[in-house]
Design a protein around this ligand. Structure first.
Ligand SMILES: [Ca+2]
Ligand SMILES: [Ca+2]
Length: 242
């Protein structure tokens, strides 16, 4: 009897706890432009999008722990919860990751996401988690001004130095492979002058994808745990203090 009671208790706990863990307020996908990103403070005074594209600021600022490539993997995404990116003062100094909302209609949404009208010689790094119910080939639609590079699950899938002509204009829709479960996408965009926007959406048929950061601003906490949760909950104030 006692064993049965324990078994039932555990079974009940599983039924109650597991669905709760997945009841997240995911960002919608499909043909909707993605508004919330897990983004790094902007790199400043880059010298333009040409010099920016030749640099791996993430690697330079973390002794190689986070890189442009591994920011598109579970490992690198997880590391963003533990490390700031330490760059020289002229490039912004200690840069932190956090949830950033972009104005998906603005031609200067990199600048305005930081409360400034029009910054130049800056570089954006943004990560999203894409949860897919299956393996699929689909199309992503990046809009950017200027040079955009995109990595997906540890591979570079996009490299376009030319601005696309509008905040919701994708000049090079690109076929990508998503895997069932977690996919990580890292979008780097270097801005020289004038317009400065990033934007991304998937295909209309991808309305079953789930995107994080969630609508209520969660990112690290919705990733599949690979280490004790306590380590991820260090706040940015703590890290910057160190
Ligand atoms: Ca600008
Ligand atoms: Ca520009």
């Amino acid at each position: 009897m006692k064993k049965m009671t324990i078994f039932l208790t555990i079974a009940f706990a599983c039924i109650v706890v597991v669905p709760t863990a997945f009841a997240q307020n995911w960002q919608p996908a499909g043909d909707q432009w993605i508004e919330k990103w897990w983004a790094l403070d902007l790199v400043m005074n880059t010298g333009g999008f040409g010099p920016s594209a030749e640099r791996d600021y993430l690697a330079d600022g973390t002794n190689g722990d986070i890189t442009n490539v591994n920011a598109s993997t579970r490992y690198g995404a997880g590391q963003t919860g533990r490390r700031a990116v330490h760059l020289p003062p002229e490039n912004g100094g200690v840069l932190a990751w956090g949830v950033v909302s972009i104005d998906i209609e603005s031609q200067n949404n990199m600048s305005t996401s930081r409360g400034i009208n029009d910054l130049n010689n800056i570089t954006w790094h943004g990560i999203i988690l894409v949860l897919s119910p299956d393996d699929r080939t689909t199309t992503m639609y990046p809009a950017h001004d200027d040079h955009a590079e995109i990595w997906l699950n540890g591979e570079k899938v996009y490299n376009n130095p030319d601005w696309t002509g509008g905040a919701q204009v994708a000049s090079q829709p690109t076929e990508i492979e998503l895997i069932k479960g977690e996919n990580f996408l890292h979008f780097k965009c270097g801005e020289g002058g004038g317009g400065d926007y990033v934007n991304l959406r998937f295909d209309e048929s991808d309305d079953d994808l789930k995107i994080a950061p969630t609508l209520d601003g969660q990112f690290l906490d919705v990733l599949t745990p690979v280490e004790p949760r306590g380590k991820v909950t260090t706040t940015w104030a703590d890290l910057k203090r160190k």
